[in-house]
Write a protein that binds this ligand. Structure first.
Ligand code: SF4
Length: 83
């Protein structure tokens, strides 16, 4: 994806690339409002969770400008913005 396409992409969000949400239970998600659990650090190390299928699929969808199901079903400011 070139920079021009990236600027037009309405599905991409930086959070899956820049960090994660860690809950007291050990559950790891992309962000605080995300419903999809990527894994749990009590069972899997964080590196494997972040390189896991759930997170890779979500990022691939965003790069193709396809809003991931996880991000569509939550009340995310990004999904309610007018263009
Ligand atoms: S729910 Fe919103 S803030 Fe969270 S990862 Fe998806 S697009 Fe980003």
């Amino acid at each position: 994806m070139n920079a021009k396409d990236l600027l037009k992409n309405k599905s991409i969000c930086t959070l899956p690339w820049t960090g994660f949400e860690l809950e007291p239970s050990g559950t790891v998600k992309n962000c605080i409002i995300s419903k999809t659990e990527l894994g749990n650090i009590n069972k899997t190390n964080i590196k494997d969770i972040m390189h896991g299928k759930e997170n890779i699929d979500l990022k691939q969808a965003m790069l193709k400008d396809e809003m991931p199901f996880n991000c569509l079903v939550v009340t995310c400011k990004r999904n309610t913005q007018q263009t």
